[in-house]
Design a protein. Structure first.
Lengths: 223, 318
């Protein structure tokens, strides 16, 4: 069992961190929320509505978007098309409206100069931003960001956090999955920590970082 | 050239092509040429649809013979029920489309190469069924399960020629519209990554199904036109793997995933078809070798090669 008794609430407008060591079940949790996996028991509620077991494309249309830890672009499509197609289907807007909106999202994520480049020719770092852009284009109420910092260097990381902050400013609730402590300390209001599929701590970043069980699962037990 | 100017040029070229082709029989084209062109039209329409599936939707469907054969049989059987063949051609397309819906539930459970293999067995199953089944008490020839198309002996060759031209041109226009639509972009997204397509709000199953139905219908219509020209249908020809070979060769030689690919490819396949006819069964082997060589040497096909050369030669941005 990958997840066991994981229960949390994410208030609208908040930005929460989901933390845990490798294999803790963070991405599994995202997959359960987005409808890729169906839980054996338990429910996923979104804006008071039970969305457990709803297929991924409907979850997206309800207003939950996600990014992938390892970028999953549409390789043959240009950056603009990657973002526009998400707008067309995620929000149900027409082609030309989606394309002009996609251009705005590309500007927000600093990708406007890459708009006509096929995604397969973009670097991994650029693709990380394209992931965020594509998710943003579906106009989500809740955005699940899976390890945006992985693979980014010291200058690229603040850039990514700025982009996420701008999205939050626009009223989007964010669940940030990450295990880079620095990101958590800077970017989130509260943190929820899981390990081996079970919750071990939650609260303000500073408190959580001092929690004995959190330190243990990251650094190993004191002998 | 701007996009609009370019579109006008392409559309007028297509219109010119259609008009010239339509006038050729009236101006006294030799019968053999008319024969070649009927084959070309049918192959082109079927290959365009296979390009829609394999090139633009990521569906490596190896069952074109199922759609072509079923539609051909539908048209033939309907002529025995005194329904005109041109009505039968349309009904044949509808039957092929309905059949595609019927098998979609099971074949779409599989992905990639498993989907390919799953679809490959479908025409073979139909072949075996039709070898044993006698749908109407019509005139059987050679004691097999073959049927003559009733009443088309009066049909002049020109009519099938024009019908073939119509479906070929329609298939070109259809592909042009799909590729520039929201639907086409959704299909391309699914082809490139079906997981992130789903999480971008795309109903993957539904879009793939639409693409499958459209391809089945047009392939069916093209196939039924072919058999109305042939005037005879039997299971071993209708559900033959040669149909797959034709669409596959035309698409791959021309350029898979490129709009103009099947047009160029279909010309070559028609030439091959008549040149290799004298080798009988070995012709399939020769075609297979050609296919493998093309895939190894020029995987992007002829139109893809031309596009790449033009790009590197003149620094034209993509």
């Amino acid at each position: 069992m990958a997840l066991n008794n994981v229960s949390f609430e994410l208030p609208s407008g908040a930005i929460m961190g989901l933390m845990g060591p490798n294999g803790a079940g963070k991405t599994t949790l995202v997959n359960v929320i987005c409808g890729f996996y169906k839980p054996d028991s338990g429910t996923v509620k979104f804006q008071g509505r039970d969305i457990t077991g709803i297929p991924p494309h409907k979850v997206c249309r309800l207003g939950i978007a996600r990014t992938y830890q390892i970028p999953q672009p549409f390789g043959e499509l240009t950056a603009l098309q990657n973002v526009a197609v998400a707008g067309m289907y995620g929000r149900g807007v027409g082609k030309s409206a989606a394309e002009s909106e996609a251009l705005e999202v590309l500007k927000l994520t600093d990708l406007a100069d890459k708009k006509d480049v096929p995604a397969k020719n973009l670097t991994t770092i650029t693709l990380k931003r394209l992931e965020v852009a594509r998710a943003r284009a579906t106009d989500p109420k809740l955005l699940l960001v899976d390890e945006p910092a992985a693979g980014l260097n010291e200058t690229e990381l603040p850039h990514m956090l700025e982009i996420l902050a701008a999205i939050r400013q626009a009223g989007v609730t964010i669940l940030l999955i990450e295990h880079v402590m620095q990101v958590m300390r800077e970017a989130v209001d509260t943190i929820f920590v899981i390990n081996e599929g079970t919750p071990i701590a939650s609260g303000q970043p500073d408190e959580v970082m001092k929690d004995k069980r959190v330190i243990e699962c990251y650094l190993g037990e004191y002998q | 050239m701007g996009i609009t100017t370019r579109r006008i040029v392409v559309l007028s070229l297509l219109g010119g092509f259609a008009v010239v082709m339509a006038l050729l029989p009236i101006m006294g084209m030799p019968q053999t040429w008319m024969l070649y062109l009927i084959y070309f039209f049918v192959f082109l329409a079927a290959a365009n649809m296979w390009n829609l599936l394999a090139g633009f939707s990521g569906l490596l469907a190896l069952c074109p013979a199922a759609f072509i054969g079923l539609a051909g049989y539908t048209m033939t059987i309907l002529t025995w029920l005194n329904i005109p063949f041109y009505v039968g051609i349309l009904v044949g397309g509808v039957v092929a489309a309905l059949f595609s819906i019927l098998i979609s539930g099971s074949v779409f459970r599989m992905k990639g190469v498993y989907f390919a293999i799953g679809t490959l067995v479908v025409p073979e199953i139909l072949r075996l069924v039709f070898l044993r089944w006698r749908p109407v008490g019509g005139e059987l020839s050679g004691g097999g399960a073959g049927y003559m198309v009733k009443g088309v002996s009066e049909v002049i060759m020109q009519e099938t020629y024009w019908l073939g031209l119509a479906v070929a041109v329609a298939s070109i226009i259809l592909i042009g519209i799909i590729l520039r639509s929201k639907f086409g972009l959704g299909l391309a997204a699914i082809r490139d990554n079906d997981t992130s397509a789903a999480s971008s709000g795309i109903d993957v199953f539904r879009l793939k199904l639409y693409s499958f139905i459209i391809a089945a219908f047009v392939m069916g219509v093209a196939g039924a036109i072919f058999y109305s020209y042939q005037r005879y249908i039997e299971p071993n020809s209708a559900f033959n793997i040669r149909w797959l070979m034709i669409v596959l060769l035309a698409t791959v030689i021309g350029g898979k995933g490129i709009e103009e690919g099947p047009f160029v490819g279909a010309i070559i396949v028609v030439i091959l078809h008549f040149q290799l006819a004298r080798y009988g069964e070995i012709s399939l082997l020769i075609q297979g070798i050609i296919l493998v060589v093309i895939m190894l040497a020029v995987p992007q096909g002829i139109t893809g090669l031309i596009r790449d050369l033009r790009r590197s030669g003149s620094f034209r941005p993509g």
